[in-house]
Design a protein around this ligand. Structure first.
Ligand code: GAL
Length: 392
Protein backbone atom coordinates (compact mmCIF):
# COMPACT_ATOMS: atom_id res chain seq x y z
CA UNK A 1 0.00 0.00 0.00
CA UNK A 2 2.75 2.42 1.04
CA UNK A 3 4.65 1.70 -2.14
CA UNK A 4 1.53 2.15 -4.26
CA UNK A 5 0.77 5.39 -2.39
CA UNK A 6 4.27 6.67 -3.00
CA UNK A 7 4.11 5.73 -6.65
CA UNK A 8 0.82 7.58 -6.97
CA UNK A 9 2.32 10.62 -5.23
CA UNK A 10 5.28 10.56 -7.60
CA UNK A 11 2.97 10.27 -10.62
CA UNK A 12 0.74 13.10 -9.38
CA UNK A 13 3.86 15.17 -8.70
CA UNK A 14 5.15 14.46 -12.19
CA UNK A 15 1.91 15.29 -13.94
CA UNK A 16 1.64 18.50 -11.90
CA UNK A 17 5.10 19.53 -13.01
CA UNK A 18 4.36 18.59 -16.64
CA UNK A 19 1.26 20.78 -16.63
CA UNK A 20 3.17 23.59 -14.85
CA UNK A 21 5.81 23.40 -17.58
CA UNK A 22 3.08 23.62 -20.26
CA UNK A 23 1.45 26.57 -18.47
CA UNK A 24 4.78 28.37 -18.24
CA UNK A 25 5.39 27.78 -21.95
CA UNK A 26 4.83 30.82 -24.16
CA UNK A 27 3.01 28.36 -26.46
CA UNK A 28 0.73 26.58 -24.01
CA UNK A 29 -1.87 26.95 -26.78
CA UNK A 30 -1.16 26.93 -30.54
CA UNK A 31 0.28 30.39 -31.33
CA UNK A 32 -2.09 32.81 -33.07
CA UNK A 33 -0.96 35.77 -35.10
CA UNK A 34 0.20 36.85 -38.54
CA UNK A 35 3.27 36.19 -40.67
CA UNK A 36 4.54 38.32 -43.56
CA UNK A 37 5.63 35.59 -46.00
CA UNK A 38 2.49 34.25 -47.68
CA UNK A 39 1.31 37.66 -48.87
CA UNK A 40 4.31 40.01 -48.88
CA UNK A 41 7.28 37.61 -49.30
CA UNK A 42 10.35 39.83 -49.92
CA UNK A 43 8.25 43.03 -50.11
CA UNK A 44 8.07 43.61 -46.38
CA UNK A 45 9.14 46.72 -44.47
CA UNK A 46 8.66 48.58 -41.22
CA UNK A 47 5.60 50.55 -42.38
CA UNK A 48 3.82 47.42 -43.61
CA UNK A 49 4.47 45.60 -40.33
CA UNK A 50 3.11 48.58 -38.37
CA UNK A 51 0.02 48.60 -40.58
CA UNK A 52 -0.58 44.90 -39.83
CA UNK A 53 -0.26 45.56 -36.09
CA UNK A 54 -2.68 48.49 -36.32
CA UNK A 55 -5.17 46.33 -38.21
CA UNK A 56 -4.92 43.38 -35.81
CA UNK A 57 -5.34 45.64 -32.80
CA UNK A 58 -8.43 47.37 -34.16
CA UNK A 59 -10.33 44.91 -36.39
CA UNK A 60 -11.31 42.37 -33.71
CA UNK A 61 -8.46 39.92 -34.32
CA UNK A 62 -6.57 40.83 -31.14
CA UNK A 63 -9.78 40.43 -29.14
CA UNK A 64 -10.31 37.03 -30.78
CA UNK A 65 -6.88 35.89 -29.52
CA UNK A 66 -4.39 36.81 -32.29
CA UNK A 67 -1.13 38.11 -30.77
CA UNK A 68 2.00 37.62 -32.89
CA UNK A 69 3.11 39.90 -35.71
CA UNK A 70 5.86 37.80 -37.31
CA UNK A 71 8.39 39.17 -39.76
CA UNK A 72 9.61 36.34 -42.03
CA UNK A 73 12.70 36.30 -44.24
CA UNK A 74 14.30 39.40 -45.88
CA UNK A 75 14.60 41.76 -42.89
CA UNK A 76 18.30 40.95 -42.41
CA UNK A 77 21.17 43.34 -43.09
CA UNK A 78 24.89 43.00 -42.45
CA UNK A 79 26.85 41.83 -39.42
CA UNK A 80 29.22 44.36 -37.92
CA UNK A 81 32.83 43.70 -36.88
CA UNK A 82 31.64 42.38 -33.51
CA UNK A 83 29.37 39.83 -35.22
CA UNK A 84 26.18 41.68 -34.35
CA UNK A 85 23.42 41.45 -36.96
CA UNK A 86 21.69 44.63 -38.12
CA UNK A 87 18.42 44.90 -40.02
CA UNK A 88 18.52 46.17 -43.60
CA UNK A 89 17.35 49.64 -44.68
CA UNK A 90 13.70 48.54 -44.86
CA UNK A 91 13.76 48.13 -41.04
CA UNK A 92 15.49 51.26 -39.72
CA UNK A 93 14.95 50.54 -36.02
CA UNK A 94 13.86 47.08 -34.91
CA UNK A 95 13.63 48.03 -31.22
CA UNK A 96 11.33 50.93 -32.06
CA UNK A 97 9.22 48.57 -34.20
CA UNK A 98 8.96 46.08 -31.34
CA UNK A 99 7.95 48.89 -28.96
CA UNK A 100 5.27 49.96 -31.44
CA UNK A 101 3.88 46.42 -31.79
CA UNK A 102 3.96 45.94 -28.01
CA UNK A 103 2.15 49.24 -27.50
CA UNK A 104 -0.72 47.75 -29.51
CA UNK A 105 -0.98 44.84 -27.04
CA UNK A 106 0.75 42.48 -29.51
CA UNK A 107 4.03 40.59 -29.78
CA UNK A 108 6.75 40.67 -32.43
CA UNK A 109 8.31 37.66 -34.15
CA UNK A 110 11.36 37.35 -36.35
CA UNK A 111 13.05 34.81 -38.63
CA UNK A 112 16.50 33.30 -39.13
CA UNK A 113 18.29 30.13 -40.23
CA UNK A 114 20.73 27.74 -38.52
CA UNK A 115 22.75 27.83 -41.76
CA UNK A 116 25.03 30.59 -43.06
CA UNK A 117 22.25 31.94 -45.32
CA UNK A 118 18.46 32.09 -45.11
CA UNK A 119 16.30 30.67 -47.89
CA UNK A 120 16.14 34.11 -49.55
CA UNK A 121 19.95 34.42 -49.37
CA UNK A 122 20.23 36.78 -46.39
CA UNK A 123 22.55 36.34 -43.39
CA UNK A 124 21.73 33.26 -41.24
CA UNK A 125 22.75 32.66 -37.63
CA UNK A 126 25.36 29.92 -38.02
CA UNK A 127 28.24 30.63 -35.65
CA UNK A 128 26.40 33.66 -34.24
CA UNK A 129 23.59 31.99 -32.33
CA UNK A 130 24.43 33.58 -28.98
CA UNK A 131 24.83 37.11 -30.40
CA UNK A 132 21.63 36.79 -32.42
CA UNK A 133 19.54 35.54 -29.50
CA UNK A 134 20.90 38.40 -27.37
CA UNK A 135 20.11 40.89 -30.12
CA UNK A 136 16.55 39.57 -30.52
CA UNK A 137 15.99 39.77 -26.75
CA UNK A 138 17.39 43.32 -26.63
CA UNK A 139 15.02 44.37 -29.42
CA UNK A 140 12.07 42.79 -27.56
CA UNK A 141 11.42 39.86 -29.90
CA UNK A 142 8.87 37.28 -28.70
CA UNK A 143 8.97 34.57 -31.39
CA UNK A 144 11.65 33.08 -33.64
CA UNK A 145 11.02 30.99 -36.77
CA UNK A 146 14.25 29.11 -37.44
CA UNK A 147 14.32 27.85 -41.02
CA UNK A 148 16.76 25.10 -42.08
CA UNK A 149 17.60 26.56 -45.54
CA UNK A 150 21.36 26.44 -46.23
CA UNK A 151 22.14 24.13 -43.31
CA UNK A 152 20.64 21.50 -45.62
CA UNK A 153 23.76 21.86 -47.86
CA UNK A 154 26.06 20.94 -44.96
CA UNK A 155 23.78 18.03 -44.06
CA UNK A 156 23.80 16.66 -47.62
CA UNK A 157 27.59 16.99 -47.78
CA UNK A 158 28.28 14.57 -44.88
CA UNK A 159 26.86 11.65 -46.86
CA UNK A 160 25.04 9.81 -44.06
CA UNK A 161 21.55 10.27 -42.64
CA UNK A 162 22.83 9.80 -39.09
CA UNK A 163 25.57 12.43 -39.34
CA UNK A 164 23.21 14.82 -41.10
CA UNK A 165 20.71 14.39 -38.29
CA UNK A 166 23.43 15.07 -35.69
CA UNK A 167 24.28 18.35 -37.43
CA UNK A 168 20.62 19.36 -37.56
CA UNK A 169 19.81 18.52 -33.94
CA UNK A 170 22.93 20.25 -32.66
CA UNK A 171 22.14 23.39 -34.65
CA UNK A 172 18.55 23.59 -33.42
CA UNK A 173 19.65 22.89 -29.86
CA UNK A 174 22.35 25.60 -30.08
CA UNK A 175 19.78 28.28 -30.82
CA UNK A 176 17.43 26.87 -28.19
CA UNK A 177 20.16 27.18 -25.54
CA UNK A 178 21.00 30.70 -26.74
CA UNK A 179 17.34 31.76 -26.52
CA UNK A 180 17.01 30.21 -23.05
CA UNK A 181 20.13 32.06 -21.90
CA UNK A 182 18.50 35.42 -22.69
CA UNK A 183 15.90 34.80 -19.98
CA UNK A 184 13.20 36.21 -22.30
CA UNK A 185 10.27 33.96 -23.20
CA UNK A 186 10.60 33.51 -26.96
CA UNK A 187 8.42 31.03 -28.86
CA UNK A 188 10.76 28.72 -30.80
CA UNK A 189 9.34 27.66 -34.17
CA UNK A 190 11.28 25.00 -36.09
CA UNK A 191 11.00 25.01 -39.87
CA UNK A 192 12.67 22.13 -41.71
CA UNK A 193 9.68 21.04 -43.80
CA UNK A 194 8.86 17.89 -41.80
CA UNK A 195 11.96 15.88 -42.75
CA UNK A 196 13.13 12.94 -40.63
CA UNK A 197 9.94 12.75 -38.57
CA UNK A 198 10.59 16.05 -36.80
CA UNK A 199 7.43 15.47 -34.72
CA UNK A 200 9.38 12.77 -32.86
CA UNK A 201 12.29 15.02 -31.83
CA UNK A 202 11.23 18.66 -32.29
CA UNK A 203 10.35 18.98 -28.61
CA UNK A 204 13.70 17.57 -27.49
CA UNK A 205 15.56 20.51 -29.07
CA UNK A 206 13.22 23.01 -27.42
CA UNK A 207 10.76 23.48 -30.30
CA UNK A 208 7.36 24.86 -29.35
CA UNK A 209 6.17 24.05 -32.85
CA UNK A 210 7.67 22.44 -35.91
CA UNK A 211 6.66 22.60 -39.54
CA UNK A 212 5.44 19.19 -40.68
CA UNK A 213 5.37 19.95 -44.41
CA UNK A 214 6.82 21.90 -47.30
CA UNK A 215 5.39 25.32 -48.12
CA UNK A 216 1.67 25.89 -48.41
CA UNK A 217 0.33 27.69 -51.49
CA UNK A 218 -2.88 29.63 -51.95
CA UNK A 219 -4.41 26.83 -54.02
CA UNK A 220 -7.00 24.29 -52.93
CA UNK A 221 -5.10 21.15 -54.09
CA UNK A 222 -1.91 22.20 -52.23
CA UNK A 223 -3.83 23.12 -49.05
CA UNK A 224 -5.58 19.73 -49.23
CA UNK A 225 -2.30 17.87 -49.81
CA UNK A 226 -0.70 19.53 -46.79
CA UNK A 227 -3.68 19.63 -44.43
CA UNK A 228 -5.13 16.19 -45.01
CA UNK A 229 -1.58 14.79 -45.07
CA UNK A 230 -1.45 15.42 -41.30
CA UNK A 231 -3.30 12.15 -40.60
CA UNK A 232 -1.52 10.11 -37.95
CA UNK A 233 0.42 12.97 -36.33
CA UNK A 234 -2.02 13.76 -33.51
CA UNK A 235 -0.13 11.86 -30.84
CA UNK A 236 2.93 14.07 -31.22
CA UNK A 237 1.22 17.34 -30.25
CA UNK A 238 0.64 18.64 -26.75
CA UNK A 239 0.52 21.96 -24.90
CA UNK A 240 3.81 23.75 -25.57
CA UNK A 241 4.72 21.47 -28.52
CA UNK A 242 2.65 21.65 -31.70
CA UNK A 243 2.65 20.24 -35.20
CA UNK A 244 2.68 23.12 -37.70
CA UNK A 245 1.17 22.44 -41.15
CA UNK A 246 2.25 25.98 -42.23
CA UNK A 247 0.58 29.36 -42.17
CA UNK A 248 -2.91 30.28 -43.30
CA UNK A 249 -3.74 31.46 -46.80
CA UNK A 250 -7.24 32.69 -45.87
CA UNK A 251 -7.97 35.93 -47.74
CA UNK A 252 -5.11 35.76 -50.25
CA UNK A 253 -7.53 35.27 -53.14
CA UNK A 254 -6.59 31.87 -54.56
CA UNK A 255 -9.44 29.92 -52.93
CA UNK A 256 -13.17 30.48 -52.52
CA UNK A 257 -14.72 31.35 -49.13
CA UNK A 258 -16.00 27.73 -48.95
CA UNK A 259 -12.44 26.45 -49.50
CA UNK A 260 -11.01 28.87 -46.93
CA UNK A 261 -13.58 27.61 -44.38
CA UNK A 262 -12.34 24.08 -45.12
CA UNK A 263 -8.74 25.29 -44.56
CA UNK A 264 -9.57 27.08 -41.29
CA UNK A 265 -11.72 24.20 -39.96
CA UNK A 266 -9.04 21.62 -40.61
CA UNK A 267 -6.33 23.77 -39.00
CA UNK A 268 -8.55 24.16 -35.89
CA UNK A 269 -9.15 20.40 -35.71
CA UNK A 270 -5.37 19.91 -36.03
CA UNK A 271 -4.61 22.27 -33.11
CA UNK A 272 -2.44 24.07 -35.65
CA UNK A 273 -0.91 27.50 -35.12
CA UNK A 274 -3.27 30.08 -36.63
CA UNK A 275 -0.92 32.50 -38.37
CA UNK A 276 -2.87 34.58 -40.84
CA UNK A 277 -0.93 35.08 -44.07
CA UNK A 278 -2.96 37.79 -45.80
CA UNK A 279 -2.81 41.60 -45.80
CA UNK A 280 -4.70 42.45 -42.61
CA UNK A 281 -4.90 46.11 -43.59
CA UNK A 282 -7.01 45.36 -46.67
CA UNK A 283 -9.30 42.41 -46.22
CA UNK A 284 -12.94 41.67 -46.97
CA UNK A 285 -15.56 41.23 -44.24
CA UNK A 286 -15.81 37.57 -45.39
CA UNK A 287 -12.11 36.99 -44.72
CA UNK A 288 -12.27 38.69 -41.33
CA UNK A 289 -15.33 36.63 -40.40
CA UNK A 290 -13.50 33.40 -41.26
CA UNK A 291 -10.37 34.39 -39.32
CA UNK A 292 -12.27 35.56 -36.24
CA UNK A 293 -15.03 32.95 -35.91
CA UNK A 294 -15.04 32.46 -32.14
CA UNK A 295 -16.33 28.87 -32.20
CA UNK A 296 -13.61 27.80 -34.63
CA UNK A 297 -10.92 29.55 -32.59
CA UNK A 298 -12.24 27.90 -29.40
CA UNK A 299 -11.75 24.49 -31.05
CA UNK A 300 -8.20 25.38 -32.12
CA UNK A 301 -7.32 26.78 -28.69
CA UNK A 302 -9.05 24.08 -26.63
CA UNK A 303 -7.14 23.95 -23.31
CA UNK A 304 -6.72 20.15 -23.32
CA UNK A 305 -4.48 20.55 -26.38
CA UNK A 306 -5.34 17.20 -28.00
CA UNK A 307 -4.81 17.33 -31.75
CA UNK A 308 -7.58 15.86 -33.90
CA UNK A 309 -7.09 13.15 -36.49
CA UNK A 310 -8.77 11.38 -39.39
CA UNK A 311 -11.57 9.04 -38.29
CA UNK A 312 -12.64 7.86 -41.71
CA UNK A 313 -11.97 8.44 -45.40
CA UNK A 314 -14.27 7.19 -48.12
CA UNK A 315 -12.74 8.45 -51.33
CA UNK A 316 -12.89 12.26 -51.22
CA UNK A 317 -15.26 12.28 -48.21
CA UNK A 318 -13.36 12.52 -44.93
CA UNK A 319 -14.39 12.69 -41.28
CA UNK A 320 -11.96 14.20 -38.79
CA UNK A 321 -12.54 14.52 -35.04
CA UNK A 322 -10.81 16.26 -32.17
CA UNK A 323 -11.46 15.45 -28.48
CA UNK A 324 -12.14 18.60 -26.47
CA UNK A 325 -11.84 19.38 -22.79
CA UNK A 326 -14.96 18.48 -20.78
CA UNK A 327 -15.72 15.43 -22.91
CA UNK A 328 -16.79 17.31 -26.04
CA UNK A 329 -15.76 16.47 -29.58
CA UNK A 330 -15.25 18.67 -32.64
CA UNK A 331 -16.07 16.96 -35.93
CA UNK A 332 -15.37 18.00 -39.50
CA UNK A 333 -17.29 16.37 -42.33
CA UNK A 334 -15.19 17.25 -45.38
CA UNK A 335 -16.24 16.95 -49.01
CA UNK A 336 -13.12 17.23 -51.18
CA UNK A 337 -14.99 16.27 -54.35
CA UNK A 338 -16.13 18.65 -57.07
CA UNK A 339 -19.85 18.06 -56.47
CA UNK A 340 -22.04 18.48 -53.37
CA UNK A 341 -22.26 15.26 -51.32
CA UNK A 342 -24.12 13.90 -48.32
CA UNK A 343 -21.99 12.98 -45.32
CA UNK A 344 -23.15 11.37 -42.11
CA UNK A 345 -21.71 10.52 -38.73
CA UNK A 346 -22.91 8.38 -35.83
CA UNK A 347 -21.78 10.03 -32.62
CA UNK A 348 -21.29 6.60 -30.99
CA UNK A 349 -18.42 6.08 -33.49
CA UNK A 350 -16.74 9.13 -31.93
CA UNK A 351 -16.94 7.64 -28.44
CA UNK A 352 -20.02 9.59 -27.38
CA UNK A 353 -22.45 7.50 -25.35
CA UNK A 354 -26.04 8.64 -25.89
CA UNK A 355 -27.13 11.97 -27.27
CA UNK A 356 -24.97 15.05 -27.72
CA UNK A 357 -25.85 18.71 -28.08
CA UNK A 358 -24.65 19.54 -31.57
CA UNK A 359 -23.71 22.99 -32.86
CA UNK A 360 -23.12 23.74 -36.53
CA UNK A 361 -20.17 26.07 -36.13
CA UNK A 362 -20.15 27.94 -39.45
CA UNK A 363 -23.94 28.26 -39.53
CA UNK A 364 -23.79 29.43 -35.85
CA UNK A 365 -26.79 27.19 -35.20
CA UNK A 366 -27.59 24.81 -32.35
CA UNK A 367 -29.04 21.63 -33.79
CA UNK A 368 -30.30 20.18 -30.49
CA UNK A 369 -29.60 16.79 -28.90
CA UNK A 370 -28.75 14.20 -31.58
CA UNK A 371 -27.18 10.76 -31.81
CA UNK A 372 -26.25 11.04 -35.49
CA UNK A 373 -26.11 13.71 -38.17
CA UNK A 374 -26.45 13.73 -41.93
CA UNK A 375 -26.02 16.80 -44.08
CA UNK A 376 -25.34 17.99 -47.62
CA UNK A 377 -21.81 19.42 -47.79
CA UNK A 378 -20.89 21.68 -50.73
CA UNK A 379 -18.07 20.78 -53.12
CA UNK A 380 -14.67 21.47 -51.43
CA UNK A 381 -16.61 22.35 -48.26
CA UNK A 382 -17.01 21.26 -44.68
CA UNK A 383 -19.68 20.87 -42.04
CA UNK A 384 -17.95 21.63 -38.73
CA UNK A 385 -19.76 20.50 -35.58
CA UNK A 386 -19.07 20.95 -31.91
CA UNK A 387 -20.60 18.14 -29.85
CA UNK A 388 -21.18 18.33 -26.11
CA UNK A 389 -22.56 15.32 -24.25
CA UNK A 390 -26.22 16.15 -23.51
CA UNK A 391 -26.83 17.12 -19.89
CA UNK A 392 -23.34 18.60 -19.31
C1 GAL B 1 10.89 28.71 -46.70
C2 GAL B 1 9.84 28.58 -45.62
C3 GAL B 1 8.79 29.62 -45.85
C4 GAL B 1 9.45 30.99 -45.82
C5 GAL B 1 10.61 31.07 -46.80
C6 GAL B 1 11.39 32.37 -46.66
O1 GAL B 1 11.87 27.75 -46.52
O2 GAL B 1 9.29 27.29 -45.65
O3 GAL B 1 7.77 29.52 -44.89
O4 GAL B 1 9.91 31.24 -44.51
O5 GAL B 1 11.50 29.99 -46.64
O6 GAL B 1 12.53 32.42 -47.47
Amino acid sequence: MRVAGMAAAVIIGMSASVSRAAEASPAAKPPMGWNSWNHFAAKIDDATVRAQADAMASNGMRDAGYRYINIDDTWEGERDARGVIHPNARFPDMKALADYVHSRGLKLGIYSSPGPKTCAGYAGSQGHEVEDAQTYAAWGIDYLKYDLCSLGDAMRAVGSMEKAQDIELAAYERMHAALQATGRPIVYSLCQYGFSQVWRWGGSVGGNLWRTTGDIEDKFPRMVQIGFGQAGLSKYAKPGQWNDPDMLEVGNGGMTPTEYRTHMSLWALLAAPLLAGNDLSAMSPDTLAILTNRDVIAIDQDPAGHQGDRVKAEGPLETWARPLSGGGVAVGLFNLSDLPAYLDVNFADLGIAGAAEARDVWAAKDLGPLIRYRTLVPAHGVSLLRLTAAGR
